[in-house]
Design a protein around this ligand. Structure first.
Ligand SMILES: Nc1ncnc2c1ncn2[C@@H]1O[C@H](COP(=O)(O)OP(=O)(O)OP(=O)(O)O)[C@@H](O)[C@H]1O
Length: 212
C-alpha cells in the first residue's frame, strides 16, 4: 500500500441540518508517518471531523483530499487505504472477531494466504483471547473495542482514523493498542485519533489539532 499521501483538509465547514456549525473553514494537512491528536472539550467536533475524514459524513463546504482523490467524491477508492475505529461499537454481531478481520481484509483487497496468521497475531497483540471464535454480540465493551482496533489494521491500511480507540480497554490492552498504533506510524502510516486520555496522546502523538 502506498503510504506517501498526506490527508488534506481544505476549508471544511460542517453544519448539521437544523444544528450548529461544528467546524468552520478548517484547513489542516495530516502527514504520513505522523500521529495527530484531535483535542478539545466535549462537543468540540472531534467525532464530527473523524466522520468527515472517513467519508461517513459530507462537509457542508470544503474538501478533503488524499493524493488525487477527493475523499467524498471517491469514498470507496479512498477507504481501500483506510482503517477506521468508529466511536460507536460497529462490529457485526453475527460474526466472530476472526470473521470480522477476514471480512475487512477481503473488502479492502488485503486477503491472501498469510492473512489468517497475520490476523491471529493482531488478535494476540490486542489480547483478545479464545473468545475470538465467539460471536461479537456476546462480547464485553472492551472485547468489542479490541476487535475494532484489530479490524482497523486488518486491511493493510495506509491511514488510521480512530475515535476513542482506548475507551473501554484495560491497562494491558491500552498499552498493546498504543504499541500497535505507534508501530503503524513508525512504518510510515498516517494516524488521526481522538481520546480524552491526555497522557496517552502525549506519549503517542507528534502533532495535535485543537478544536472548539
Ligand atoms: N447527527 C447530529 N445532528 C446534530 N448535531 C450533531 C450531530 N452529531 C453531533 N452533533 C453536534 O455537533 C457537535 C460536535 O459533536 P461531536 O460529537 O463531533 O463532538 P466531540 O468533540 O466528539 O465530543 P465528545 O468529546 O463529547 O465525544 C455537538 O454540539 C453535537 O451536539
Amino acid at each position: 500500500m502506498d503510504r506517501q499521501h498526506p490527508l488534506v483538509v481544505d476549508g471544511v465547514t460542517k453544519r448539521y441540518v437544523f444544528g450548529p456549525f461544528v467546524l468552520r473553514g478548517l484547513s489542516h494537512t495530516f502527514a504520513p508517518g505522523t500521529a495527530t491528536a484531535l483535542v478539545g472539550p466535549n462537543g468540540s467536533g472531534k467525532s464530527t471531523l473523524l466522520r468527515v475524514l472517513s467519508a461517513l459524513s459530507a462537509p457542508t463546504e470544503g474538501h478533503v483530499r488524499y493524493g488525487e482523490l477527493d475523499v467524498h467524491e471517491s469514498p470507496h477508492a479512498f477507504l481501500a487505504s483506510v482503517g477506521v475505529v468508529h466511536d460507536q461499537p460497529d462490529v457485526p454481531g453475527y460474526l466472530t472477531a476472526v470473521e470480522t478481520l477476514e471480512w475487512i481484509a477481503r473488502e479492502r483487497g488485503a486477503w491472501d494466504e498469510a492473512a489468517p496468521e497475520r490476523h491471529s497475531a493482531l488478535l494476540d497483540a490486542v489480547r483478545l483471547d479464545e473468545r475470538r471464535e465467539a460471536l461479537t454480540r456476546t462480547y464485553s465493551s472492551g472485547m468489542t473495542r479490541k476487535t475494532q482496533v484489530a479490524a482497523a489494521l486488518a486491511g493493510a491500511p495506509a491511514v488510521l482514523l480512530m475515535d476513542e480507540p482506548f475507551r473501554a480497554l484495560d491497562t494491558e490492552a491500552t498499552e498493546a493498542a498504543l504499541d500497535l498504533i505507534a508501530a503503524f506510524r513508525d512504518g510510515g502510516g498516517l494516524v488521526v485519533l481522538s481520546s480524552h486520555r491526555a497522557d496517552l496522546l502525549d506519549r503517542l502523538c507528534d502533532d495535535r489539532l485543537v478544536l472548539g
